[in-house]
Design a protein. Structure first.
Length: 143
């Protein structure tokens, strides 16, 4: 009887330590689930892009972008969301109206030096946005 109680106590203690460690670890909360061999990093070590293992909700300036599993997601050097292929459609709001971007469309976000946010929705599915040259802004919001 004493061995069973001691074993149960040890199990609870170890489980408690693991849950405390996971709940306090900021890197666990900030990690992005990437497919093996698809991770690209900037020279400063921050994540540039990868192919997602699961659907991920990326958030930037009160907009949530539901990014699709098995597709590319990209960030800027400061770690801010930059682009992905949408898992579901989104409605993006600004002061003047709403713009829609459908599921399986690419979405790209850039922020100007003045803090203006530009969101582009690309009708055809894309693999990864390298530059913003072919994108047309559909919505501009301020930060």
């Amino acid at each position: 009887m004493k061995l069973v109680v001691w074993g149960l106590t040890a199990t609870i203690t170890v489980a408690g330590l693991l849950s405390i460690d996971l709940s306090l670890s900021p890197s666990a909360r900030a990690s992005i689930p990437c497919e093996a061999d698809t991770i690209n990093n900037f020279s400063n070590g921050s994540l540039d892009s990868c192919v997602l293992q699961t659907n991920v909700n990326a958030e930037l300036n009160n907009n949530i972008y539901p990014c699709q599993r098995g597709k590319w997601i990209a960030f800027d050097e400061q770690g801010r969301f930059r682009s992905c292929v949408l898992a579901t459609g989104v409605e993006l709001r600004n002061g003047r109206g709403i713009a829609s971007c459908r599921a399986n469309y690419g979405v790209s976000v850039s922020i100007s030096s003045r803090g203006n946010q530009f969101v582009s929705c690309i009708e055809e599915e894309f693999t990864q946005i390298i530059g913003d040259t072919k994108l047309q802004p559909v919505l501009q919001t301020s930060k």
